[in-house]
Design a binder for this molecule. Structure first.
Ligand code: GUN
Ligand code: ZN
Length: 418
């Protein structure tokens, strides 16, 4: 397959007219100028770029967007847990998952890290969907055993995705099945957040997370949540310390939000090389706070960007990227005189939603236009001038219908198809 268009290979250079050949799921060859044969997709006026990657999304929450007026804890109780209870029916879970995959594809998201519900059959369903649609996934069953409706709690003995035994180093049956999903699905361990996890459950999560398994959780999203964690874990020095005591902070730990951290927690997270997932649209929607990008940068913390649907209203990662810039601009405008605030450029945030997030999730061959890279690509037709503001223009005017074609794992797919 040949794709023709301007190749948006780097946020620092104007995309040059060219083409690329896709073979067996990879970019096999790249050339300048007109293509050697009739292109399968694109054209002289198209732009070709890597697919987007979302580092934090809740797949059962896509229909819960926009239920406004509540803070995090009230919103979870009144909106989110009822939405997740719908998955008690495996048919609903499967249909919602298909729909979530379709919506992500339509928005150009070709890789993600995310959460299911606490239902075991959700994991079975996501493996089934992944066998049909090869979106790159790091995804796990939610673990919680308190502060939620009984039907969403995992109790000792409940069947969950690690299988019957919590033995590290031995692939459970579902993990083996996941590997069969074309190697593009990795099951993660997802203790929801310390509020909803007892000591026993956190210890089980840690056993399961041994090896090269990703851990996904939430940390310090709102002040009230932080106060509750202080009450629930009075002997720990701070919120991040609860996870650390259980050995849950590692290089493959994705910590969503991190809005209310003190110096000690930033230092700890930096030392552990855990990844902080900034979720700017969600932080605004729930009025959780303004993420301190400067603190993250000052401590050299690894950073990724997430939509956090449904707290974040937008599935499209360019919109989340725009919100990252806007959050930094609000901080810059409200900072005391003399305090410098870094406002990321459109190029920086574009790199983050492509190559940056791909690397954070371990998709090392994704997010680049070079021979040998994975052919997870978007063909855009955006009526915007090609000049030094191109990426800013794309981010600030983004519409999903800019996507003309999608190449997923080397195959051309219709973004509007089923
Ligand atoms: N903290 C715990 N669970 C959730 C969730 O589902 N969404 C968000 N935004 N924060 C959470
Ligand atoms: Zn979340």
């Amino acid at each position: 397959m040949i794709l023709q268009g301007r190749l948006l290979a780097s946020a620092d250079e104007l995309p040059r007219p060219g083409w690329l050949r896709v073979d067996e799921g990879r970019i096999a060859e790249i050339g300048d100028g007109p293509p050697p044969e009739e292109p399968t997709a694109g054209g002289a006026d198209a732009i070709i770029c890597p697919g987007f990657v979302d580092a934090h999304i809740h797949l059962p929450q896509l229909d819960a967007v926009g239920c406004d007026g509540l803070d995090l804890l009230a919103w979870l109780n009144e909106v989110i847990f009822p939405a997740e209870l719908r998955w008690s029916d495996p048919v609903v879970a499967r249909a919602d998952l298909h729909q979530a995959y379709r919506r992500m594809l339509r928005a150009g998201t070709l890789g993600y890290a995310g959460y299911l519900t606490s239902h075991h059959h959700g994991v079975v369903a996501v493996i089934g969907v992944a066998q049909q649609c090869s979106l790159r996934s790091v995804v796990g069953q939610v673990m919680m055993d308190r502060y939620a409706p009984d039907a969403l709690l995992i109790n000792p003995g409940t069947h969950d995705h690690a299988g019957q035994a919590d033995r590290p180093g031995q692939p459970a049956p579902l993990a083996r099945l996941a590997e069969s999903a074309r190697g593009r699905l990795k099951l993660s361990v997802n203790p929801r957040f310390a509020v909803a996890c007892s000591e026993t459950l956190l210890a089980r999560a840690a056993v399961r997370a041994k090896g090269d398994i990703f851990v996904q959780t939430h940390l310090a999203e709102t002040r009230r949540e932080c106060e509750l964690v202080r009450e629930l874990f009075p002997d720990d020095p701070h919120y991040a310390g609860v996870y650390d005591r259980h050995g849950l902070l590692g290089e493959r730990t994705l910590l969503a939000h991190c809005v209310h951290l003190d110096l000690d927690q930033w230092r700890l997270i930096a030392r552990r090389r855990s990844i902080v997932v900034h979720c700017p649209t969600a932080n605004t929607f729930l009025r959780s706070g303004l993420f301190d990008l400067d603190a993250a940068r000052a401590h050299g913390v690894r950073l990724a960007l997430g939509s956090d649907v449904a707290a974040g209203p937008d599935t499209a990662m360019p919109r989340v990227a725009r919100a990252m810039i806007e959050t930094a601009k609000v901080r810059a405008m409200t900072a005391p005189a003399g305090q410098s605030v870094h406002v990321p450029t459109p190029g920086e945030v574009w790199t983050m939603i492509t190559r940056g997030n791909a690397l954070a999730l371990g998709f090392t061959d994704m997010g680049r236009l070079v021979p040998g890279a994975a052919a997870d690509l978007l063909v855009l037709r955006a009526q915007v001038p090609i000049d030094r503001h191109l990426i800013g223009r794309l981010i600030y005017t983004w519409r999903d219908d800019y996507i003309d074609a999608i190449v997923l794992n080397g195959r051309l797919i219709d973004p509007n198809g089923s």
